[in-house]
Design a protein around this ligand. Structure first.
Ligand SMILES: [Zn+2]
Length: 68
């Protein structure tokens, strides 16, 4: 499954907007990533500036569309 994540990484929308919704501080990486299935990963973030915590979900494009 690591290969799938690497293949899909440039297609992620989440990482272009990983700023704190509360204060706008840039967030380097999620505190926790929860793997739901091969198409969905949920990230939990916390801001070091204002301690705001929130979650984002990443949905991967089905691999069949890439391979075809
Ligand atoms: Zn913040």
């Amino acid at each position: 499954m690591a290969l799938l994540a690497e293949t899909a990484a440039p297609r992620l929308a989440t990482y272009s907007k990983n700023h704190c919704p509360q204060c706008g501080e840039w967030l380097l990486a999620p505190d926790w990533s929860e793997y739901f299935n091969e198409r969905c990963v949920r990230h939990t973030w916390s801001c070091q500036s204002c301690r705001y915590e929130f979650e984002t979900a990443v949905f991967f494009t089905p691999r069949e569309e890439i391979a075809a």
